[in-house]
Structure formats: structure tokens, C-alpha cells
Design a protein around this ligand. Structure first.
Ligand SMILES: [Cu+2]
Length: 200
């Protein structure tokens, strides 16, 4: 039988990081605010699960270090006005950090896994639905990564609208070997070396 979209033996990327780390976005009149509890000293870990091959469009995460722990969440009621949207633009990121569109963590088979935020030539701005969205971050190499965002009110095409405040937030990641796997100590050494170089 060849019909059906999901099969029992489908393999989806793992949502291993708990609790969820929410980027809280709120609107106060015409002003936007964004808040996240992580920083350079408590980064979100990205892990690779060697040998797992992910189904469908999720294959973009196969053999990469990845995480969907960060999620965009509306804190209270957000009303950007009829026809307008909240847009999130990636204004800077460490080279080698890729982002793919996710959604609710329980709905992994329905995520698009489309490249966003400049990944693979995509637009740097992403139209947020306002629903909890956990995008997938991934990298091919161990190390520390950051991504900086501007959150603004735009029209349906992403053009920023005057009269609204903007917000910014920076997300912090570290790609680490999967616990229990070989090479844990080598990985830690590599991360320490990178940090030292970055602070020089
Ligand atoms: Cu969430």
C-alpha cells in the first residue's frame, strides 16, 4: 500500500532538550518586547545522533548537531493590526549555524523543515504565526554558536511599519558530543580552545 503520509517506521529528529526554552514576545501598546533566559553561560546544547536518518524533509538534520529547545511564544495578547504580522529577522549568526522551520514539538511529522533565517539562501526575515514555534537549529561542527534577532511589526511582505517599537534577542548554542558517546573529552577540549581564541 502506497498511500498515507506517515509510517510506523518513520524516524523524526529528537526533542531531547527539556524543559522547553521559550523566547517570550510581548506587545505593550505599539512596543514590542522579547526575553529569553539563556545566555553565553547557559547555552542550549545541540547533539548529533549518529546513524539516525530522518524521514522526509527532516532529512536536512541527518548527521548534524541540532536542537529544537528554543521556541517563540506570545506572552499575552499580541495584536499588530489587521493585515500585519510579527516578523523575526536574523541580523547576525555564527557561520555554520543553520535554521529550519519547526512548530509545536509534539507535531514533528508536520513541520516543513524549510530553510529559514538565511539558511540556503532563504530570506533573513521569517513571518511568525504567533503560535508556539520551535524551529530547528543545526550545525555540522562542534563549538559555540549565536544568532541575533530583530523582532518587528511588518506588513504581509515583511516591510517594517513605522509607529511600532522593535525588540531584539540573542540565542546561544553549543554543539556537544552526545552523552555517553566516544570523544566527549576531545569535544570539550575543542570547545575550550574556541572560547579561548574568541576572548583573545
Ligand atoms: Cu514550547
Amino acid at each position: 500500500m502506497v498511500c498515507g503520509l506517515a509510517f510506523a517506521d518513520d524516524v523524526w529528529p529528537q526533542s531531547f532538550g527539556w524543559p522547553m526554552e521559550h523566547i517570550m514576545v510581548s506587545m505593550d501598546g505599539s512596543d514590542l518586547h522579547a526575553h529569553v533566559n539563556t545566555g553565553p553561560d547557559n547555552r542550549i546544547g545541540m547533539q548529533r545522533f549518529g546513524g539516525e536518518v530522518y524521514s522526509g524533509a527532516a532529512d536536512v538534520l541527518t548527521e548534524t548537531y541540532y536542537s529544537d529547545q528554543y521556541g517563540w511564544v506570545a506572552d499575552g495578547f499580541i495584536d499588530p493590526g489587521a493585515g500585519n504580522s510579527i516578523w523575526i529577522e536574523q541580523v547576525g549568526a555564527t557561520g555554520g549555524l543553520n535554521v529550519y522551520e519547526g512548530g509545536m514539538r509534539m507535531m514533528r511529522p508536520s513541520h516543513t523543515y524549510d530553510p529559514i533565517f538565511g539558511t540556503d539562501g532563504s530570506d533573513s526575515a521569517w513571518q511568525w504565526s504567533g503560535m508556539m514555534t520551535h524551529n530547528w537549529y543545526s550545525a555540522d561542527s562542534l563549538g559555540e554558536y549565536e544568532a541575533e534577532y530583530r523582532i518587528y511589526v511588518g506588513d504581509g511582505l515583511g516591510n517594517a511599519l513605522a509607529g511600532f517599537g522593535e525588540a531584539s534577542v540573542t540565542l546561544h548554542f553549543v554543539a556537544v558530543p552526545t552523552p555517553g558517546g566516544a570523544g566527549v573529552f576531545a569535544g570539550v577540549g575543542l570547545i575550550a580552545a574556541r572560547r579561548k581564541r574568541g576572548s583573545a
